[in-house]
Design a binder for this molecule. Structure first.
Ligand code: ADP
Ligand code: ZN
Length: 733
């Protein structure tokens, strides 16, 4: 391994595709690094295969879901192979955090981008040339400069990692033109292995990546795109904001989350609205000054429980692990976009929600944008197809995850059980007649009016405008009273989603019929609608942390410690330790460094740097003595509360259990000799003696003994009290 010394071994002049050292030896080194540097015990699915491909000197294309552990796939081979691993990433704003995280692990990492001053850049170039870097992150425009390419040629490169590789695709919204020039790497460094990585790629994008980056010889790794911990929910758009508020209030009162909106103006107003309601929300869109945007992003990453309200400009590469929900207040324009955006939730693999609500207007607006776009026909056609696929996902009645995965070329045999349609299957109804009514009404009024007007005519709302147009006298006036205005809106939305209607190209909002309506109006086809209702049904309250009450205090102390360490070094808290690592520490209470090192996420450098401080917290928050036992969790919960000076009644109330149950718990502890009878009950000596004598006279032994005892006193003493007294007696024998 070459990461321990200050400099790397002298480099060879020409790179060889394969070294003499056996590949399996290198894989062992990779495992060693995983354990020692990262503190993880095992590779995740595909990681090891990808790493060994690079270690053999071959190219790879890795399509792994967000949170799937892509970074390790290039970081570890960069450490094993000679030279610097060069990572090309479009995400300048995140490079600092990535580099900070690596330095926390004792890995020599740096980045080069336009945010640095000249002196800093030169210093890093020098480090590069002196082989003092394990990993170097570079923005694509920077990499493509002749100066840097030459510098790279003068030093030794372990590999090139092209992160967010879908940016080569001009069909995606993350398109970067520099990405299309990255094939230069293959031309100038033919013997250096390359890996392209992305979390979003449909078949088309996949092919583009291979073609544009010259990766036809690359081994392709596709991990399941499934994100089983994400619950998908798509609502009807009536009153979307209120719905969103109820959802957040009910399910995420203290959690961090992202809310996506289509326009900058909406971003601003929704953020303001949240703040008025008492939740801290920050806005993020391309119209804000750089500094504000950056600051908001930073706060979202670093502070707990903030909401960021954003346009799609936000989020690429955001690797905050504990985003608990992603909400869409508008329709995303493709399934890729939806999947990528919702994928930012729950990277820590814990339960998270993808919530969306969209309205008729979204469908119209997005279609309109595509049609009006200044682009060639092919582009428009592809974009429209993508939008239609997204709408199909919204309107479907079966499992959404099955549909999502199918879209990405995977199949899921069973319904997932963790999407709204699985949890509460939507009711369908035959909407043929209703659809005919509204479509005729649009025709009768000359396809010149918008949603509100048409619904008024259907409902027979006689207003001045309708009278002036004489529409109170047409046959469709007042024929739609069987549905409410909101229900008619939902019908229109579903008609739009299924491409029966569209709006005029001038953008006045007039509703128009499409060709597809003919057979429906003639009664040759039928149409089904979904019954719309707000889906308040979450699978179960996402349980944040599986932690025992008695470990909570230690966990809080550990989080405070983490906060201090993070503040001292000015890095986000999760770079110091992930939540899960702290939860494990609190539950396992390691007594020394060796025990601590076995916890996932604690590698050598973190052990050296923070081990003592962590152990000190464990030592200053010892487990109360009464909890050092083999009792069940429920008994221990009682004993813990007892150790916090609560009495029987207080504990019963706190736990919503009967006092007799609590006394039963105490009886166990008394029998085990951990408590004395008078620790828990104030009984005078005479009463105790009387109970014990009676018990003896009844020759208590059998199971129903307590019952006899209870009756012997005519119910004067509670079962729980009797249990404790008898337990004390059993103990003293
Ligand atoms: P992404 O694929 O989204 O880039 P990351 O590389 O950021 O994912 O990894 C997601 C999280 O999983 C990180 O916190 C990372 O440290 C962790 N991780 C990656 N590989 C492993 C592993 N083999 N064992 C445990 N945790 C891992
Ligand atoms: Zn499902």
């Amino acid at each position: 391994m070459q990461t321990t010394g200050p400099t790397k071994p002298p480099c060879e002049t020409t790179a060889q595709p394969t070294d003499n050292i056996d590949v399996s030896e290198k894989i062992n080194q990779a495992r060693e690094i995983l354990r020692l540097k990262y503190g993880y015990s095992e590779f995740r699915l595909k990681q090891e295969d990808i790493i060994s491909t690079l270690l053999k000197g071959e190219d790879a294309l890795a399509l792994l879901p967000t949170g799937g552990g892509k970074s390790l796939c290039y970081q570890i081979p960069s450490l094993v192979r000679q030279g610097t691993g060069v990572v090309i990433s479009p995400l300048i704003a995140l490079m600092q955090d990535q580099v900070d995280a690596l330095r926390q692990l004792g890995i020599r990492a740096a980045y080069l981008n336009s945010s640095q001053d000249g002196a800093t850049q030169r210093q890093i170039e020098t480090q590069l040339l002196r082989q003092e870097l394990d990993l170097l992150y570079i923005a694509p425009e920077r990499l493509l400069t002749e100066r840097l390419l030459q510098q790279l040629e003068q030093t030794h490169i372990a590999l090139f990692a092209i992160d967010e590789a879908h940016c080569v695709s001009q069909w995606g919204h993350d398109f970067r033109k520099e990405y299309q020039q990255l094939s230069v790497l293959h031309q100038r460094f033919p013997h250096t292995p390359r890996i392209a990585l992305t979390a979003t790629a449909d078949e088309r994008t996949r092919r583009e990546i291979v073609a544009q980056l010259n990766l036809s010889n690359a081994r392709i790794f596709i991990n399941s795109f499934d994100r089983p911990n994400i619950h998908y929910r798509i609502n009807d758009g009536n009153n979307a904001r209120e719905q969103l508020w109820r959802f957040i209030n009910r399910e995420h009162p203290n959690d961090a989350g992202i809310v996506y909106c289509l326009s900058r103006r909406k971003v601003e107003s929704v953020a303001e609205w949240f703040n008025k309601k008492g939740r801290t929300a920050l806005a993020y869109h391309a119209g804000l000054p750089d500094a504000v945007r950056q600051q908001n992003q930073e706060r979202f990453l670093r502070e707990n429980g903030l909401i960021i309200v954003a346009t799609i400009a936000f989020g690429m590469g955001i690797d905050k692990p504990d985003v608990r929900f992603v909400a869409h207040l508008n329709l995303p324009k493709s399934i890729e976009a939806y999947y990528q955006e919702t994928g930012r939730a729950g990277r820590d693999q814990k339960p998270a929600n993808a919530w969306m609500s969209f309205g008729l207007q979204d469908v119209m607006t997005l279609r309109h944008w595509v049609e009006q776009a200044d682009a060639d026909e092919r582009y428009k056609r592809v974009s429209l197809q993508k939008l239609e696929a997204m709408l199909g996902l919204c309107e479907m009645s079966s499992c959404r995850r099955q549909a999502l995965l199918k879209y990405f070329g995977e199949s899921l045999e069973q319904r997932c059980g963790n999407c709204d349609n699985c949890v509460s299957p939507p009711e369908q109804w035959d909407g043929t007649v209703v659809a005919q009514k509204i479509l005729s009404c649009i025709v009768r009024t000359g396809q010149r009016f918008g949603v509100g007007y048409i619904i008024d005519v259907l409902l027979g709302n006689n207003n001045e405008r309708i009278q002036r147009n004489g529409h109170d006298r047409i046959s469709t006036f007042g024929i739609g009273t069987e549905l409410s205005g909101a229900e008619w809106r939902s019908v229109l939305r579903q008609l739009a989603a299924q491409s029966y209607i569209s709006t005029d190209l001038e953008g006045h909002g007039s509703l128009l019929l499409n060709e597809k309506c003919r057979p429906l109006l003639r009664g040759e086809t039928r149409i089904q609608f979904r019954k719309t209702s707000e889906k308040i049904h979450a699978p179960e309250k996402p349980k944040q942390q599986n932690i025992n009450t008695w470990d909570e205090e230690l966990l809080a102390a550990l989080k405070t410690l983490r906060q201090q360490l993070a503040a001292e070094q000015n890095v986000p808290a999760y770079i110091i330790f992930h939540d899960q690592t702290l939860i494990d520490v609190a539950a396992l209470r390691p007594a020394n460094l060796t025990e601590l090192s076995r916890i996932n996420g604690i590698g050598q450098q973190k052990l050296d740097r923070y081990g003592e401080a962590v152990l000190q917290q464990v030592a200053t928050h010892p487990l109360p003595n009464v909890l050092k036992n083999n009792f069940s969790n429920t008994i221990n919960e009682t004993l813990y509360l007892y150790s916090r000076d609560m009495d029987v009644d207080a504990i019963a109330q706190h736990r919503d259990l009967k006092p007799a149950t609590i006394l039963g718990h105490f009886a166990e502890a008394i029998e085990a000799g951990m408590l004395q009878l008078d620790d828990v009950l104030q009984l005078d000596e005479d009463t105790v003696t009387e109970i014990l004598l009676t018990a003896e006279s009844l020759q208590l032994a059998a199971d129903d003994s307590l019952k006899s005892l209870f009756h012997a006193f005519n119910g004067e003493h509670d079962y729980g009290v009797l249990k404790c007294v008898v337990a004390g007696q059993l103990r003293s024998r």
